[in-house]
Write a protein that binds this ligand. Structure first.
Ligand code: DGJ
Length: 735
């Protein structure tokens, strides 16, 4: 009797063990205001992603999610590991591949512990420690979640205490898993002057890879930005979407795989291509961050969350001011001297912008920088062009009442330069192969601390000698061919570290620059939109989206960049590209950080009057563009018109930009209103057309009062048509 009682008790206990164990397994919700990424420990002590969607009302419900999934074939647990190791139980695409110090290449990662802590920047940081039971090898998964903005940043930290270096062969930043039936991916592709061309596709079973191997310019050909839409193609105001980016200025890889359950496994990180990294014991290898904004109400809301996050927590001085400017690049190219430049100061003053920006061509003497074939690397003023030096120009600009900024490209070198002659060992090139050039130049080896000192020195010298220097445009035109580092060879470090150490070296220099010069605005330029990620933007105030400044093209490009970047960081210049009238050009450039790159004195009197007034108008509404919320109203990819508006936080003021972009002019009219967005339905507004060309009168009634409700439901007809191809409206609450 007693025995059978004991047996019964033991059988019951056996039955209960899994349940007891499950109750003890870790349940880790990474929550924002509206969403949750749910991570759960399974019976094998592995962490899996079990849910990604709307946050639950009751925290205790999270625990029950895993039991609702019955992946009961031999693939159980393979796909949704939160960080898939390789060489052991999983045969899917791994997040991490290593070769241990003893040469073994198997890895298991078991849950050890986790913490969740509120940070000073209004985020909550979750850290999950995973360990290999057989090796002293550890991975920490880190998630920072900003509740209010619905933004998550995640990365991993890898470390070990093995007997010698561990070779990291692959080390993703994120390994995410989404359940569902249909996934739509928008990825971005391009080339010089044609950056950020978006394409949406439905993901089918198998893998889709977006990557870069250019070394220095992450987003020239393919972009680390993407939109993932669930169940339906991405739309502006409805549906579940993620807007994401791998924040890394070098080679990246985004890997989307619809698996055998029709779910989506997504890996993002540094491109493993030729990038095995030798990690010594007791050092931490931190991967770059995957950053994403989530919304259940379409790309508009997700973008606004991402923009707010970027301004508040990421971009250097994201909540500060920016300088409007006149740039001389397209006005002079390399052909200028002191008089020409000081003459342009007067134009800048008359135009009413804050600053003059001196572009490429001001330096090098032995091999003067009179074209892009020589001089890069020799950062001394060219005595023929600028006999009195930069200091003189800064003084003259100050006298004129404007600020002065300057262009540099400190990571690069022309073979025809003194720097190349003196420091061949600083140049990335294969010693025994012909050199391969991109824009006649090569890249300096930033893995070498001496080169880091040199690059820092270029910036430091300019600021030390010219304390009033107000701005730098930091260019980067070449890619890395013939990846080989003399420095790494001398240090007996693997050549495969070069791509990663280059970018780390760049960030080390930028860190030094910002320690000494914390706030001075610096534009990140890369011969167009080659660089503009959220790691670099910790150090830069703005970036140059493309050399293509044709405003018709820009309407599309600015639209596409705006999914990921707030307008305060995108520099738009009025140039002579394209065939549009000056009004159209200025209006389009005003939807961001406004600049000019034209010969102002060549404009007609009316054009000059228009530009001066438009700069004044911009100065009045720029606060809304820089710090307000952006609403994309009419998509140029789908319509004959395009419209965007910006609304300030209190919803008292807004600016609207609308364009006629049809080629079939006669067939298109302005018969329908455009629905506004972001206003307060209860407020009353007046609408005034601004940026009118001299002599033109607006057909719109600026006295009439409309409710926000009306403007957002019925809409407003700005009368955009073939005769009025660009319209700017100032919308103000009538108090
Ligand atoms: C490429 C940039 O995109 C241009 O604006 C200009 O600065 C040139 N480089 C100068 O070489």
């Amino acid at each position: 009797m007693m025995k059978s009682g004991l047996n019964q008790f033991l059988s019951l206990l056996l039955l209960l063990i899994p349940a007891l164990l499950r109750a003890q397994t870790a349940v880790i919700p990474v929550e924002t205001k509206d969403h949750v990424l749910l991570l759960q420990e399974d019976q094998q002590e592995r962490i899996r992603t079990t849910y990604f969607g709307s946050a639950f009302t009751n925290q205790s419900d999270y625990q029950s999610v895993a039991s609702q999934f019955h992946y009961d074939d031999a693939n159980d647990g393979i796909y949704n590991a939160a960080y898939t190791p390789s060489g052991t139980w999983s045969l899917t695409e791994p997040a991490i591949e290593v070769k241990h110090a003893d040469g073994n290449s198997s890895l298991e990662l078991k849950y050890q512990s986790h913490t969740q802590q509120k940070q000073n920047d209004a985020s909550t940081e979750t850290r999950i420690v995973l360990k290999d039971p057989n090796y002293n090898f550890q991975v920490t998964l880190v998630y920072k979640a900003w509740a209010e903005e619905n933004v998550i940043e995640q990365w991993t930290e890898i470390q070990h205490k093995e007997n010698g270096a561990v070779m990291l062969e692959k080390y993703a930043s994120a390994d995410l898993y989404f359940t569902g039936d249909n996934f739509y991916l928008t990825s971005y592709h391009g080339r010089w002057a044609k950056e950020m061309q978006g394409k949406e596709e439905k993901l089918e079973n198998g893998r889709k890879i977006i990557d870069s191997k250019l070394g220095t310019r992450a987003m020239l050909l393919q972009s680390p930005n993407f939109i993932l839409s669930f169940d339906q193609p991405a739309s502006e105001n409805e549906g579940k979407v993620i807007l994401g980016q791998l924040a890394w200025s070098g080679n990246f890889k985004l890997d989307f795989e619809v698996d055998t359950y029709d779910n989506l496994k997504f890996l993002a990180g540094i491109n493993p291509y030729n990038s095995a990294y030798a990690l010594p014991a007791n050092q931490v290898f931190k991967t770059p961050s995957l950053i994403y904004a989530i919304s259940n109400h379409g790309t508009g809301e997700a973008s606004r969350g991402l923009h707010r996050w970027a301004r508040k927590y990421r971009v250097l001085d994201g909540q500060g001011e920016r300088l409007t400017l006149l740039n001389n690049w397209e006005a002079t190219y390399f052909d200028f001297d002191e008089d020409k430049i000081t003459g342009l100061f007067k134009d800048a003053k008359e135009l009413g912008v804050d600053m003059f920006l001196l572009d490429d061509g001001w330096f090098a003497n032995k091999y003067p920088r009179n074209s892009d074939r020589s001089g890069l690397g020799d950062w001394q003023e060219n005595v023929k062009k600028l006999p009195s030096g930069i200091g003189h120009l800064v003084k003259e600009a100050t006298k004129e009442g404007i600020k002065f900024g300057i262009w540099i490209e400190p990571e690069m070198v022309n073979p025809k330069s003194e720097l190349y002659e003196q420091h061949l060992d600083w140049v990335i090139r294969q010693p025994d192969r012909p050199e391969v050039y991109y824009r006649n130049q090569l890249v300096l080896d930033l893995s070498n601390p001496e080169v880091q000192d040199f690059v820092f020195g270029v910036v430091d010298k300019l600021f030390t000698e010219n304390p009033q220097l107000a701005f730098i445009k930091w260019d980067c035109n070449a890619v890395i061919y013939n990846a080989y580092s003399v420095y790494l060879a001398e240090q007996e470090m693997p050549q495969s570290q070069l791509y990663v150490d280059y970018v780390k070296g760049l960030y080390a220099v930028l860190e030094r620059v910002r320690t000494k010069y914390p706030k001075v605005p610096i534009m990140l330029c890369s011969g167009g939109g080659g660089r503009g990620d959220y790691e670099a933007l910790k150090y830069f105030t703005e970036f140059w989206p493309s050399d293509d400044t044709d405003p018709l093209e820009r309407i599309f490009m600015q639209w596409d960049y705006s999914y990921f970047f707030p307008s305060i960081v995108t520099c738009n210049h009025v140039t002579d590209w394209g065939k549009q009238p000056i009004k159209f050009r200025v209006d389009v450039a005003s939807m961001g950080k406004l600049g000019f790159d034209i010969v102002f004195s060549h404009l007609s009197e009316d054009e000059k009057v228009f530009c001066k007034q438009a700069v004044k108008n911009y100065d009045r509404f720029k606060e809304i563009i820089w710090h307000g919320d952006q609403y994309r109203l009419v998509n140029p990819h789908e319509n004959d018109f395009s419209a965007v508006m910006y609304v300030n936080e209190s919803k008292e003021k807004a600016v609207f930009f609308g364009y006629f972009i049809s080629q079939r002019q006669r067939l298109i009219t302005d018969k329908e209103p455009i629905k506004f967005n972001g206003l307060n339905p209860e407020k009353l507004y007046t609408i005034k057309e601004i940026n009118l060309f001299p002599g033109k009168r607006s057909p719109l009634d600026s006295e009439k009062v409309y409710s926000g409700d009306f403007l957002m439901k019925a809409g407003y007809n700005p009368m955009i048509n073939a005769g009025r191809t660009s319209v700017v409206l100032e919308i103000e609450e009538r108090k």
